[in-house]
Design a binder for this molecule. Structure first.
Ligand code: IPM
Ligand code: MG
Length: 357
């Protein structure tokens, strides 16, 4: 089969890690007889520099015309003082909205080979953990009305969170379907003791839950969830939560795997075209130095094969190659810990994964 993939390298370490994932995709394509055609588009800081906007129209059009999109990361100190509409992140949020990508899947699991890098006590992760965060991605406070105004105590700022029943229903269905294919447990995370959006969220989750008797649904308040993730992460199978809570909890979940440099993500809508990106940022401090960990982006490419192209065997093969190099003791600087290993750069780690593939 032939697939067209839009590449958005972005800023900072983006070009290096996307380059690694492209090499892995090409190799997987050779091995399994698929051809991938790559088309590059600008987004984020580099797009602001080149064309004065974080999300050029041709980028949206190019992504819409592709079978899927692979993204590195956007942002950096250079654009931090820009006005809101000219921030790199605005490009990413705009692209998620333009492609209708309301589901964000963020898996986090502990690799046995990396258990020493997990910051949690050994007895807490003795059973390991393997969880999937289903984050709502195009609604909530990220997309609500915001602004500045004159308030009771003088000038103030506000952001608002709104969720419609329809938005909650569609993410609920994705979460229940995901749980059904895994271990059948779903925890819906909200702040229903305070927020009205959370009360609607909870009500709707349970109503949709009635259609999925095979999935055990429970609720958890977000503050408790933040604590439970580090107290006993193995209790979680699938988590479903709002845009903001999912953003926060997925960083926490990544850290207990040992490094944020390991975690891939898939952003999906109703069609098969998705946006695949590591959950980490553009790491401007190490950009261009061949130090970045390419694993999160390589695993994002594997998710693309699985979720957008239905190529599970191919995806599994890439994941197995990553397992293999980690089990061999190969490490990038972020997962070095006390291993005593010599840290590999982005290129050398990619070479090792290609060899394993
Ligand atoms: C993420 C990031 C983004 C988000 C930023 C860059 C806008 O933190 O993908 O988790 O908050 O969604
Ligand atoms: Mg985030």
């Amino acid at each position: 089969m032939k697939y067209t993939i839009a590449l958005i390298k972005g800023d900072g370490i983006g070009p290096e890690i996307v380059g690694s994932a492209v090499r892995v995709l090409q190799k997987a394509g050779e091995k399994f007889g698929h051809s991938f055609v790559f088309r590059e588009y600008l987004m984020g800081g580099c797009a602001i520099d080149a064309s004065g906007t974080p999300l050029p129209e041709e980028t949206v059009a190019g992504c819409l015309a592709s079978d899927s999109v692979l993204l590195g990361a956007v942002g950096g100190p250079k654009w931090d003082k820009n006005p809101p509409a000219l921030r790199p992140e605005k490009g990413l949020l705009g692209l998620r909205a333009a492609l209708g990508l309301y589901t964000n899947l963020r898996p986090a699991k502990l690799y046995p080979a990396l258990s020493a890098e997990c910051p949690l006590r050994a007895d807490i992760v003795a059973e390991g953990f393997d969880l999937m965060i289903v984050r709502e991605l195009t609604g909530g406070i990220y997309f609500g009305e915001r602004g500045r105004r004159e308030g009771k105590f003088g000038p103030e700022a506000y952001d608002t969170e709104a969720y419609s029943v329809a938005e909650i229903e569609r993410i609920a269905r994705v979460a229940f379907e995901t749980a059904k294919k895994r271990r059948g447990r779903l925890v819906s995370i909200d702040k229903a003791n305070v927020l009205e959006t959370s009360r609607l969220w909870r009500e709707t989750m349970h109503r949709i839950g009635a259609e999925y008797p095979e999935v055990a649904l429970s609720d958890m308040l977000v503050d408790n969830a933040a604590m439970q993730l580090v107290r006993c992460p193995s209790q979680f199978d699938v988590i479903v939560t709002s845009n903001l809570f999912g953003d926060i909890l997925s960083d926490e979940a990544s850290q207990i795997t040992g490094s944020i440099g390991l975690l891939p993500s898939a952003s999906l809508g109703d069609g098969t075209c998705g946006l695949y990106e590591p959950i980490h940022g553009s790491a401007p401090d190490i950009a261009g130095q061949d130090k970045a960990n390419p694993i999160a982006t390589i695993l994002s490419a594997a998710m693309m094969l699985r979720y957008s192209f239905g190529l599970s065997a191919e995806a599994g093969c890439i994941e197995a190659a990553v397992d293999h190099v980690l089990a061999q003791g190969l490490r990038t600087a972020d997962i070095l810990g006390k291993s005593g290993a010599r840290p590999l750069g982005c290129t050398a780690m990619t070479d090792a994964i290609l060899a394993a593939l």
